[in-house]
Ligand binder design. Sequence first.
Ligand SMILES: NC(=O)c1ccc[n+]([C@@H]2O[C@H](COP(=O)([O-])OP(=O)(O)OC[C@H]3O[C@@H](n4cnc5c(N)ncnc54)[C@H](OP(=O)(O)O)[C@@H]3O)[C@@H](O)[C@H]2O)c1
Length: 281
Amino acid sequence: MSTLATFRLDGARALVTGASRGIGQAVALALAEAGAELALSARSAEALKGTAELAVEHGRTVVLVPGDLSTTAVAGQVVDQAAEALGGLDVVVHTAGILPAEPDGTPTMLPLQYLPQPAWDEVVAVNLNATAALCRQAFPYLAASARPSLLLVSSVAGVVGAPMMEAYAATKAAQISLVRSLATGWARHGIRVNALCPGWTRTDMTSFAYDNGPVSDWLTAHVPLGRWARPEEMAPAALFLSSPAAGYLTGQALLVDGGLSTPDGGLAGTPKPPSPFAALA
Ligand SMILES: NC(=O)c1ccc[n+]([C@@H]2O[C@H](COP(=O)([O-])OP(=O)(O)OC[C@H]3O[C@@H](n4cnc5c(N)ncnc54)[C@H](OP(=O)(O)O)[C@@H]3O)[C@@H](O)[C@H]2O)c1
């Protein structure tokens, strides 16, 4: 097989959660382009139609398995429905995730001391509890696959300190921990388990920040590449980690963060604008 051919997923049966928009949509379309048959998940079938229409253009089977992952039982049902519709599962990319939100649903950043317990609980339910339920339910399908891969979309926030995002960061760090434990535990079943850790990426989740000039400037001033990522820039890494090209790679957290997690020891001397968050500290 040529090196490039190892990046293909022809005939692989793949479940992608969080596939209605943002990073999950970009990943789903990359997997379709690489030849995978897809089960797409988000809270509603309606929200998944756009991704499904684009994926079908690649000539793949696409089924919709909607479900609200804030309930762990639903996470299990989503996995079962995907496996039933596709006749098994070879690849799972779990992308669905949330930040704490304002009452109107707008994602927000708020220091832990001001974050109400229900908001913490909601983030833990969707980002961590659903992840565990989904992994548990996916195990028998992946163990029966000839090319199994489980990829959790975590975050650079799970690796570095993330003030004002403590609930989110704790769940993202927990996902990386889960990846390491499952990768070592499930290796004997041939299942590779990895994490993809995006940096600041322009999606609905982060529009509250990139639409706010001072906040956006402050955030990107701490990114060596100096800009936001596009969701499509996460897809190649997700495809790589899910494909035979990464056949000897497991238990890893791949940071695609524009260098954000790389300390420069202060030597880069990049000028930083005043923090718009100073009043919140
Ligand atoms: N954007 C960034 O800067 C960034 C950085 C690092 C990591 N990440 C991670 O990347 C992943 C995707 O983020 P994104 O920026 O693409 O976010 P996004 O645009 O807000 O998309 C979130 C996705 O998750 C789904 N989702 C949310 N709550 C759900 C629930 N309760 N049940 C089922 N599905 C649910 C959404 O589907 P519906 O709303 O249609 O149901 C949507 O498909 C997340 O895990 C996030 O933590 C993002």
